[in-house]
Design a protein around this ligand. Structure first.
Ligand code: URP
Ligand code: ZN
Ligand code: ZN
Length: 500
């Protein structure tokens, strides 16, 4: 549970690795094959590869060899809620690697609205990275400077997504006018618009209502922002994205209400991506009612965990294609930080852990239970994220030429989650005591074995910043839809023009 990266424990493994005899799984195909890696790149995937003695050989017989997980939604070292998240790019990444995630995409928070200032700060935070990472950018205000900065970060800094908060009225909520401006700018740059979808004005009202009733404990958090407020904002964002005709990504889908809005939009042909997070998939709101404040407060996240039933519906939507990939929203605070809200739930820092647990919990809950196939697992935890953020097949695949970010998962082995044994700096874990089947026994990141025999061997500074180019597949054909729309307006445009 120490800081492995800071301790400077060097990876000992060779730059040439052969993974022998495992079942190699990609998003739409699996086969028994060997995987040969040299200098961080996969150079061969086929049966019976012969190698020299200087090659490290890992036996994967009876195990799955899969692309490392990609977590599309993390907040490492986030400064918010009057404090700073405990997991930074050192401990958060150590945790990720121990859980089979080899890349994450973190949200850059602007400084006084400035994107470039925010990005500089995050570049510093990420310097000691021991795994690959990318950035999304948050938009907190709107003017010509921000609009120009958006172009710079897309064209020069490798960022292809922007998030808009429809909640957090006191900090960073934007209104519909800014949402529209932002969506238009995203579209012109080929960048993906993302939303935290809750009606922030109504949440503010709901919070006042709870405080007036004397409900100050963690349960007040969930009671003040019910699913209908998530459904309303999701529906509004979807409709505004349709009006602009740009793709939309809804982060942390926590309720049936939001999920059904996404499903309806997708059924009508709209390009909307829905990202459930692992806490929303496997937990419910019951923990918020614990009589012990530390226990209850650890479950505070926005949008909140919902009543039992929402989680099962989100799992079903993920299994059947209405939702597309799984994130974590990893934003860990320890119990002393959560205690900032001991007298008022509005002051409890929002966020839960998950970066280390996601791969195991999705396996246990979705594959082990029989809801999805092993190939689906790879698609939902890795490949689809790489496609959406336009880095496939460099990431998200075990193909010749792909980065050697690989896990070996033993389906017959088991795992247990505890705050004592996890690698996060948090003193609590929202999945405390969870036991399940399917264990990530080996993690290879950037061609090095970084997790093996329950031990981390990571190299600070070895993680690379992954530039993500604009105009992912989600933008294909958007121009044709625009042309259709414009030609449908020809008749009214010409209606009162005199014929010459
Ligand atoms: N989700 C949450 O409660 N904390 C992190 C910030 C956000 O994603 O809203
Ligand atoms: Zn959020
Ligand atoms: Zn988040």
């Amino acid at each position: 549970n120490d800081l492995f990266c800071e301790a400077g424990i060097e990876a000992t493994s060779s730059s040439k690795i052969l993974i022998k005899g495992g079942t190699v799984v990609n998003a739409y195909h699996l086969e028994v094959a060997d995987v040969y890696i040299e200098d961080g790149i996969i150079v061969a995937v086929k049966p019976n590869i012969e190698v020299d003695d200087d090659v490290e050989v890992l036996d994967a017989t009876g195990k799955y060899v899969m692309p490392g997980g990609i977590d599309p939604h993390t907040h490492l070292g986030l400064k918010a809620f009057g404090t700073e998240a405990v997991d930074d790019f050192v401990s958060g990444q150590a945790a990720a690697l121990a859980g089979g995630t080899t890349m994450h995409i973190d949200f850059v928070k602007p400084i006084n609205g400035s994107l470039t200032a925010g990005l500089e700060a995050y570049e510093k935070k990420a310097k000691k990275s021991c795994m690959d990472y990318g950035f999304h950018m948050v938009i907190t205000k709107w003017d010509e400077v921000i609009s120009e900065e958006m172009e710079i970060v897309v064209k020069e800094k490798g960022i292809n997504s922007f998030k808009f908060f429809m909640a957090y009225k006191e900090y960073q909520m934007i209104n519909d006018e800014i949402l529209l401006e932002g969506f238009k700018r995203c579209k012109s740059l080929g960048a993906l618009a993302m939303v935290h979808a809750e009606n922030g004005d109504a949440v503010f009202e709901g919070q006042k209502r709870m405080i007036e009733l004397g409900i100050t404990g963690p349960e007040g958090h969930a009671l003040s922002r019910p699913p209908l407020l998530e459904g309303e904002a999701t529906s509004r964002a979807i409709r505004l994205a349709k009006f602009v005709n740009t793709p939309l990504y809804v982060v942390h889908v926590m309720s049936i209400d939001a999920m059904e809005e996404i499903a309806e939009a997708r059924k009508s042909g709209q390009r909307v991506i829905g990202e459930p997070i692992v806490s929303g998939l496997v937990l419910d709101d019951s923990g918020l009612w614990s009589s012990d404040f530390v226990t209850a407060a650890k479950y505070v996240i926005s949008p909140p965990l919902r009543a039992s039933g929402h989680n099962k519906a989100l799992q079903a939507a993920l299994a059947t294609g209405f939702l597309q990939l799984v994130g974590t929203d990893h934003c860990a605070f320890n119990s002393t930080q959560k205690a900032l809200g001991i007298d008022d739930f509005r002051k409890i820092p929002n966020g839960v852990n998950g970066i280390e647990e996601r791969m195991h919990l999705v396996w246990d809950t979705m594959v082990e239970s029989g809801q999805i196939s092993v190939t689906d697992y790879v698609r939902l935890t890795s490949t689809e994220c790489a496609r959406i953020f336009n880095i496939y097949p460099r990431k998200g695949a075990i193909l010749v030429g792909s980065d050697a970010d690989i896990i070996i998962l033993n389906p017959n082995s088991s795992f247990e989650i505890t705050a004592k044994s996890h690698h996060s700096r948090s003193d609590t874990n929202v999945y405390e005591g969870w036991r399940g089947k399917g264990k990530v026994e080996v993690t290879i990141a950037g061609g090095r074995v970084v997790w093996e025999n329950d031990e981390l061997k990571v190299v600070p500074g070895s993680g690379k910043y992954i530039e993500m180019p604009p105009f992912s597949y989600l933008f294909d054909g958007i121009d044709k839809e625009d042309e259709k729309y414009l030609s449908s307006l020809q008749a009214p445009v010409n209606r009162f023009k005199l014929s010459t």
